[in-house]
Design a protein around this ligand. Structure first.
Ligand code: MLT
Length: 308
């Protein structure tokens, strides 16, 4: 059986697949068309960022499973997979701690203006009297999307002394109470929070969830975005920070990745940007690679595929 791996994954995942006796083909430069060209005799597909369209499923003769070594499956045409009887799996746990830590890191970075201070000092400027940091402790953070990542982020903010509120139409009051989180409507959250932390998955419902109107209503100072490009309207956020309506933002994810040098965020000093590094720690990459490899082995051996 042949497994095609289209994005760099940890060696531990590749080793699992090889130990299971599969032919493992790695091609990290391949694009969607390249996948379509070679998919005919592939049994299992292991991906991260590669877009898997309906055409891929149409060209596949033997494909049984696509596993994404990460959480989001928004780059896979799931209805098309279903139409062709192909299993779609993800690795929903292995990189959550990594993404939560980056979220907290960005929150400190943005509120303390670390990159700006760093750059000015490197340029020979002692900006001590110019830069006033903002403490996170005592703030109210408003988490948009209290799924697995949102909950990890919430726990960490809570431990740091922030009040944690959240908007999540799918979460019950009981669960929110257990977590000691104030569950609010989006408008209330925008009026209450000092910092918004966006952790919602990208769906048709969450696309542009935080747009011009919401940023206008937002009474706080900072926005952190580490879930998926598309949930926050990028030109609206760039404008809100550039105009000073919002003091700063920290962003790891973009509508189109990589976003390019002319992206509106790149010229706004108080938007701190990272290149979708949420999942990129060594531990997380080993975790998700092994999970995906095991899912592929299970599928190809006719076992139940677990999304664990
Ligand atoms: C995820 O969905 O878990 C992340 O986008 C993972 C990644 O960067 O591959």
């Amino acid at each position: 059986m042949k497994v095609l791996v289209t994005d760099p994954i940890a060696d531990a995942g590749l080793a699992r697949l090889r130990d299971a006796g599969y032919e493992v083909v790695t091609d990290y430069d391949i694009d969607t068309q390249g996948v379509i060209d070679v998919i005919e005799d592939v049994d299992g597909l292991l991906i991260r960022g590669t877009e898997i369209t309906r055409e891929v499923f149409e060209a596949a003769e033997n494909l049984q499973i696509v596993s994404r070594a990460g959480i989001g499956v928004d780059n896979i045409d799931i209805p098309a997979a279903t139409d062709h009887g192909v299993i779609v799996a993800n690795a929903p746990r292995g990189n959550v701690r990594a993404a939560a830590e980056l979220t907290i890191g960005l929150a400190f970075t943005v509120a303390s203006q670390v990159p700006q201070a760093h750059q000015r000092l490197k340029n020979g400027e002692w900006a001590k009297d110019d830069i006033t940091r903002t403490e996170l402790g005592g703030m109210t953070v408003g988490i948009v999307g209290l799924g697995r990542l949102g909950q990890e982020v919430g726990r960490r903010f809570d431990n740091l002394g922030l009040n944690v509120a959240a908007y999540d139409p799918y979460l019950g009051e009981d669960r929110a109470d257990q977590m000691d989180v104030d569950l609010l409507e989006l408008d209330e959250l925008l009026e209450t929070a000092d910092m918004l932390s966006i952790q919602a998955r990208l769906t048709e419902e969450t696309r542009d969830l935080i747009g011009e109107e919401e940023l206008e209503k937002f009474q706080g100072d900072f926005v952190i975005h580490t879930s998926r490009g598309g949930v926050v309207n990028e030109p609206a956020l760039a404008e809100a920070v550039d105009s000073g309506k919002i003091k700063g933002a920290g962003v790891d994810v973009y509508d189109t990745e990589p976003p390019g040098a002319d992206h509106p965020f790149m010229s706004v000093e108080n938007i701190v940007t990272t290149p979708h590094l949420g999942a990129t720690t060594r531990n997380a990459q080993v975790n998700v690679a092994v999970t995906s490899a095991e899912q592929i082995i299970d599928a190809l051996e006719g076992e139940l595929v677990k999304n664990a």
